[in-house]
Design a protein around this ligand. Structure first.
Ligand SMILES: NC(=O)c1ccc[n+]([C@@H]2O[C@H](COP(=O)([O-])OP(=O)(O)OC[C@H]3O[C@@H](n4cnc5c(N)ncnc54)[C@H](OP(=O)(O)O)[C@@H]3O)[C@@H](O)[C@H]2O)c1
Length: 266
């Protein structure tokens, strides 16, 4: 029997002749990160909600962070309805003490943190930079870049203590290319890429893998997608799938950067 054929059907029905060791192996394959704890920022909707659902489906207890309790609760409900484990800790990634509180709560509740996904982000795609209001610059940079610094500052010590962990930063192809009318957003994502490469080297010696995913346009509420064919666009689950791949790598393997494009231009 091929293992892949058994993944989505009840184990006992699919493989009644397996011994305990083989069954345990299959169960590990179904939930390869069972027992681990993951934090996802911006988990209330869009890409963050998809990542949270994915990590919970892979077996992790998934902690949902974001500013809006109601949308975090919606993601939590979806996870629980699918048999997953989750906890909601509302927080704003632009406020350091809220992240420090979240980290203290994760530590006191679970005593560990295995995965941090820095996904929370805001867009800004309307104005050339010379017309961009300074408060928009602050909002974009403080969320997309400073927020990741704050989250790493708050959560990395738990991973350093355990000599293990994954930090996955959700950047963008706008962090690799020019983005007219989105210069502040592009700057935040170019900055995030540089931050990621550097922190990856800082934490490598602590056995922590810090990686970055740079997706092209994904069908979410972040930006209008006028004129794009939704059937060709990347979906939040596509990004979640890549996060799942990163956190289930063999211990010796470190995929540090992934550029994610749609197969056909939408
Ligand atoms: N959609 C795309 O085309 C695309 C492409 C490449 C990369 N990305 C990146 O993917 C990430 C997710 O984007 P998305 O498309 O899923 O956007 P989205 O649907 O607008 O979701 C953004 C999430 O971030 C949260 N958030 C925003 N500011 C926050 C803050 N200060 N503190 C905590 N949470 C905050 C929001 O929740 P609250 O408002 O409730 O806090 C929301 O859950 C972003 O980093 C974005 O730059 C998106």
């Amino acid at each position: 029997m091929r293992i892949a054929e058994t993944l989505d059907v009840p184990l006992r029905a699919a493989a009644p002749n397996l011994n305990h060791k083989e069954t345990a192996f299959l169960m590990d394959t179904r939930q390869p990160i069972a027992g681990q704890v993951a934090v996802v920022t911006g988990a209330g909707r869009g890409i963050g909600a998809a990542i949270a659902r994915k990590l919970a489906a892979l077996g992790a207890t998934t902690v949902l962070c974001g500013r809006t309790q109601t949308s975090l609760d919606e993601t939590a409900r979806a996870i629980v309805d699918s048999g997953g484990k989750t906890e909601v800790i509302p927080c704003d990634v632009t406020i350091l003490h809220q992240l420090e509180y979240a980290a203290a709560r994760v530590d006191s509740t679970f005593g560990r943190l295995d995965i941090l996904v820095n996904n929370a982000g805001v867009g800004g795609f309307k104005d050339p930079l010379h017309n961009l209001p300074p408060e928009d610059w602050d909002r974009i940079l403080n969320t997309n870049l400073r927020g990741v610094y704050y989250a790493i500052r708050a959560f990395a010590p738990l991973m350093i203590r355990a000599y293990s962990g994954h930090i996955v930063n959700i950047s963008s192809l706008a962090g690799k290319n020019a983005l007219p009318n989105g210069a502040a957003y592009a700057a935040s994502k170019w900055g995030l890429n540089g931050l990621t490469y550097s922190v990856a080297e800082e934490l490598r010696g602590h056995n922590i893998r810090v990686s970055v995913i740079c997706p092209g346009s994904v069908e979410t509420e972040l930006s209008p997608h006028t004129g794009k064919d939704p059937n060709k666009m990347l979906q939040p689950d596509d990004v979640a799938h890549v996060v799942g791949m990163l956190v289930t790598q063999a211990t010796q393997s470190f995929a540090s950067e992934i550029l994610l494009r749609p197969t056909q231009k939408p």
